[in-house]
Design a binder for this molecule. Structure first.
Ligand code: AMP
Length: 495
């Protein structure tokens, strides 16, 4: 199939040709005709499949007719992170360069006044993170009743980040006379329920089995000892293993993922001390710093970017040769997303994970999900260790029950619990004083948004109590007969 078979307009086709795209990817081939026909679409697709173009290209054509009014965007795209929102905005610039469409970006960490000014001029496309969008809406600077197309992108990440109540709320505010497109890499039950609630007879498209790593990513696992004598539980050896790996491998550019923000800084500074050109990216950095570091990385000014999951989720970095997992992700979904940053658009890439023996249970979860064993590799000069079987480790340590759970493990557990929960959380407004800042929102909250956390009921996001049927007025004693009245009365025998 060719792009010209997809009924896209000439200016859009010209923009695609300028970019050198020759054939549509499977998601584009399947989604574009339905989006152009006005159908709702439920797309199960990962980043890297060409999913962004599958909704932006037809949207540009649909929006070509008509003009936006001040503060009344004609379409809305929800993204879980600022980086992804900025990336989609760039895609509109690229694909819409021969069309005259206006766009606005509403993301946290940047001047709200500037963003509102752009909205005031009228936007055909509004790309937003849910928190900032609701803030601006509640302040009265935005009307959503002219939105004709609503895109909920990366829905499963929204779930991880606790944004689903916000997404539900936005979906109820946006005009009912709209087309809705929902994309998610995986379809856990809460996302399915979201789709059932807000999509009408959607065309379901699935381009790759959920949670399957791209075939052209070569994976490897390096297990190092956790006792390094420094009292840092393997951190020193993991850093050493990382340095050796970077030298051993032919690294052009690499993302190095850590599980915690604190470690991002530690690993980055350690690499810099050893003469590597490394920088860091995590959710606690100011937005200007995040944008700048990403720009430098994209330009190739820095070769290694140490990052957290939230900051790097879905990033589309051209020709990224390697992904290193400095820590084994505690959620297998995160593993798939991390390694999916490399080997994009048909290229090949390598994804290498450094583990400690006690990471055995997390590795087992990942291998179960991908349905394969990750090949074990050894690192020059470092003694390879074995992964501990989850149960044997617990028995050996003898403290499994009292051991505090890692927050990520709790999050995973909460996620699994949510997957089993049959009920839907009702969209409800949060009180303004209880809102978290956009920055806090951008960090995964253990258990947040997946299962009601403690105190959730008080915060108003729990399900309302079911209304009782009005009962008929009771006459006499109603159905209830006091027990004593049913006792057999023994009358004294007549003499
Ligand atoms: P996405 O899944 O939207 O993040 O896209 C992944 C990458 O594939 C982006 O860098 C796009 O520029 C690129 N891409 C999207 N569609 C095509 C296509 N039809 N041919 C070649 N590259 C594409």
């Amino acid at each position: 199939m060719d792009f010209s078979d997809l009924q896209l307009s000439e200016p859009v086709l010209r923009a695609i040709a300028d970019l050198g795209y020759t054939t549509p990817t499977p998601i584009q081939e399947q989604a574009i005709p339905f989006v152009l026909r006005g159908r709702d679409v439920l797309g199960c697709a990962q980043t890297g499949t060409g999913k962004t173009a599958s909704f932006t290209l037809p949207m540009i054509d649909i929006l070509a007719a008509g003009r936006a009014k001040a503060r009344m965007p004609r379409s809305l795209i929800l993204e879980p992170t600022r980086e992804l929102a900025a990336q989609v905005a760039e895609a509109f610039d690229l694909y819409g360069k021969h069309c005259r469409l206006s766009k606005a970006l509403l993301i946290g960490g940047e001047s709200m006044a500037d963003q509102i000014r752009v909205l005031d001029r009228g936007a055909d496309v509004l790309i937003a993170t849910p928190g900032r969008l609701l803030d601006v809406f509640e302040r009265g600077y935005l009307l959503l009743n002219d939105v004709k197309i609503l895109v909920i992108d990366e829905a499963d990440r929204m779930l991880d980040m606790g944004f689903i109540p916000d997404v539900e709320k936005i979906s109820t505010i946006v005009s009912r006379m709209r087309q809705t497109l929902l994309f998610s890499a995986t379809m856990p039950p809460p996302i399915r329920r979201l789709a059932d609630a807000f999509l009408t007879n959607p065309k379901e498209i699935s381009v790759a089995p959920p949670a399957t790593p791209a075939a052209n990513v070569t994976q490897g696992l390096i297990v190092v000892h956790s006792t390094d004598g420094s009292g840092h539980g393997g951190l020193k050896e993991k850093r050493e293993a990382l340095r050796v790996l970077i030298k051993q491998e032919d690294v052009r550019t690499a993302l190095i993922f850590c599980n915690r923000k604190r470690e991002v800084g530690v690993v980055c500074r350690s690499l810099q001390r050893h003469g590597f050109d490394a920088a860091m990216l995590h959710g606690d950095m100011a937005q200007a710093a995040r944008t700048e570091v990403l720009e430098r990385f994209r330009r190739g000014d820095i070769r290694l970017l140490v990052c957290s999951d939230v900051a790097a989720r879905g990033l589309d970095i051209e020709d990224l040769s390697h992904v290193f997992n400095f820590d084994v992700p505690t959620s297998p979904d995160d593993y798939i997303h991390r390694i999916g940053r490399t080997a994009r658009a048909g290229r090949s890439g390598r994804a290498l994970t450094i583990a400690l023996p006690e990471d055995g249970k997390y590795v087992a979860l990942i291998e179960k999900m991908i349905g394969n064993t990750i090949p074990r590799l050894s690192v020059e000069g470092l003694e390879a260790a074995d992964l501990a079987a989850p149960s044997s480790r617990r028995r050996r340590q003898g403290k499994a029950k009292s051991e505090p759970k890692r927050p990520e493990a709790k999050r995973l557990e909460a996620k699994q619990t949510e997957a089993k929960r049959p009920e839907e959380k009702k969209p409800e407004a949060r009180r303004p004083e209880e809102k978290r800042s956009e920055e806090q929102r951008s960090q995964p909250q253990p258990g947040k948004g997946v299962a009601p956390a403690k105190g959730e009921a008080r915060r108003g996001t729990a399900r309302p109590r079911p209304q009782r049927e009005p009962e008929p007025p009771v006459t006499g004693m109603g159905d209830h007969v006091p027990a004593f009245m049913l006792l057999e009365i023994k009358l004294p025998k007549k003499a």
